[in-house]
Design a protein. Structure first.
Length: 157
């Protein structure tokens, strides 16, 4: 996308994203068809904030929680948000989560959020997270692990 400045690029990317995501039957289908890419962390943060604000204004997001991140930063996640894993996470007895796995926040607990991975997302997040072991009710599929963020973890979302 070619624009005069970064602000115009952000607005154009968000407008295109909103147009292209319209009509997807579910979050996994929506995520598989869309991806916004930025060259700087600042641009990623602006795209994330803009997409979240648009979705919140359209009542597409549920309750949320703010997580403290390293470097005096924070990340606000809401039910329905999209996330992308940014480093590999392997844990014995748990499905592997690899850099690039994408998912959406399916619920927010008092102390953490759970994701349902769909291996695709239009949004890039930042922060340190990893899956926390919990007794599975069924055998988890490798392409849809359950993840629980924690401020002191390794898998980067």
């Amino acid at each position: 996308m070619v624009t005069e400045n970064g602000q115009d690029a952000t607005a154009a990317m968000l407008a295109t994203w909103m147009d292209q995501r319209h009509g997807a039957p579910d979050p996994i289908t929506e995520m598989r068809g869309l991806l916004m890419v930025a060259s700087t962390n600042q641009q990623v943060d602006r795209l994330n904030a803009g997409a979240q604000a648009i979705r919140a204004a359209r009542n597409e997001l549920g309750r949320g929680r703010t997580y403290d991140l390293p470097g005096s930063r924070s990340l606000h996640l809401r039910t329905g948000d999209y996330v992308m894993i940014r480093i590999n996470q392997r844990e014995e007895g748990m499905p592997d989560a690899y850099n690039g796995y994408r998912g959406y926040i399916s619920r927010i607990h008092a102390t953490a959020a759970s994701t349902s991975a769909g291996n695709a997302a239009p949004l890039m997040g930042s922060g340190w997270w990893r899956r926390r072991p919990s007794p599975p009710t069924t055998s988890p599929r490798a392409d849809s692990p359950s993840a629980t963020p924690s401020p002191s973890t390794r898998a980067k979302v």
